[in-house]
Design a protein around this ligand. Structure first.
Ligand code: FE
Ligand code: FE
Ligand code: ZN
Length: 287
């Protein structure tokens, strides 16, 4: 099983890989810099070769890059939209330099416009980016919780985007357990049914990455607040409404295997996270 967490890129790809290894992970996810802005260190400063060497020596693979939140391909504002396309193109190159095959992207939010506008705008943006000479990589549209005007709250919305993309062979999906639960899919009692519907609407072959998170809210709440896996009321960040059993079933489900499972669960404090315990728990090493 490929399992890891979000890790920091502040010490380069080598630091990211070392951090992942310290959690007992065999994969990981990074942002290429701060998720909220476009300031990026040049690739030469990111210890890429050392990072790749460490990964191969420690059997870490299938790493994932997450595009920053400021990319909004659904925006009607010219500057926002142009920046989104230009930045995404650069991110694809950075991700490929890291040796990553998957870049996770929040499809976008249509703000003052409507869903149809958002879907068309995202597809146009993706078409423009993919028309360039881009590396061999999947842009993985993330399943969203459906807060505000986010596009991608259902498998149907994601498929409507994919259908409009010319080079759809470059499009994958990142399935976030917190988001699908929050958007109303019953991944607790009927994960098989959810997967079946995913397969019918999008196709399981597009499913490339999982984000494995608990949720502070009830199914259908459209909130997007992550919880630690199986956390109870004693957890300072709050109790998980999805629960260990449901997440455990997902990561061990025969139809989900071979994809990286990435934790984006909350840090308990500035200095403490539960990634190591969560990974061990889901591997069945301790409980
Ligand atoms: Fe995300
Ligand atoms: Fe996520
Ligand atoms: Zn989220």
């Amino acid at each position: 099983m490929l399992i890891g967490s979000h890790v920091s890129i502040s010490k380069g790809l080598l630091g990211a890989a070392e951090e992942a290894f310290s959690y007992g992970a065999n994969t990981f996810m990074v942002y290429t810099g701060a998720p909220q802005n476009t300031v990026r260190k040049p690739l030469e400063q990111l210890k890429i070769e050392e990072g790749k060497k460490f990964m191969s020596e420690h059997s870490i693979s299938d790493i994932v890059v997450h595009a920053p939140y400021i990319i909004n391909l659904a925006s009607f504002k010219k500057e926002t939209y142009t920046l989104a396309k230009e930045f995404l193109e650069k991110e694809l190159i950075r991700a490929a330099a890291f040796g990553s095959k998957y870049i996770v992207l929040h499809p976008g939010a249509y703000t003052e416009k409507d869903l149809d506008y958002g879907i068309n705008r995202i597809a146009d943006g993706l078409n423009e980016v993919l028309s360039k000479d881009i590396p061999d990589i999947y842009i993985c549209l993330e399943t969203m919780a459906g807060k505000g005007t986010e596009v991608g709250r259902s498998f149907e919305e994601l498929q409507r985007i994919i259908e409009k993309v010319d080079k759809a062979n470059h499009i994958g999906i990142c399935f976030d357990t917190c988001h699908t639960h929050d958007s109303g899919y019953d991944i607790i009692n009927d994960f098989d049914g959810v997967l079946k519907s995913f397969d019918e609407i999008i196709g399981l072959e597009r499913l490339k990455v999982f984000h494995i998170n608990g949720s502070l809210n009830k199914c259908g709440a459209h909130k997007d607040r992550h919880a630690n896996i199986g956390a109870d009321e004693t957890n300072p960040k709050g109790a998980d409404n999805i629960g260990f059993e449901a997440i455990n079933r997902i990561v061990h489900h025969p139809k989900t295997q071979g994809r990286p499972f990435i934790l984006e669960t909350p840090w308990i404090s500035k200095t403490e996270n539960l990634y190591k315990q969560e990974i061990a728990m889901l591997r069945g090493e301790e409980k």
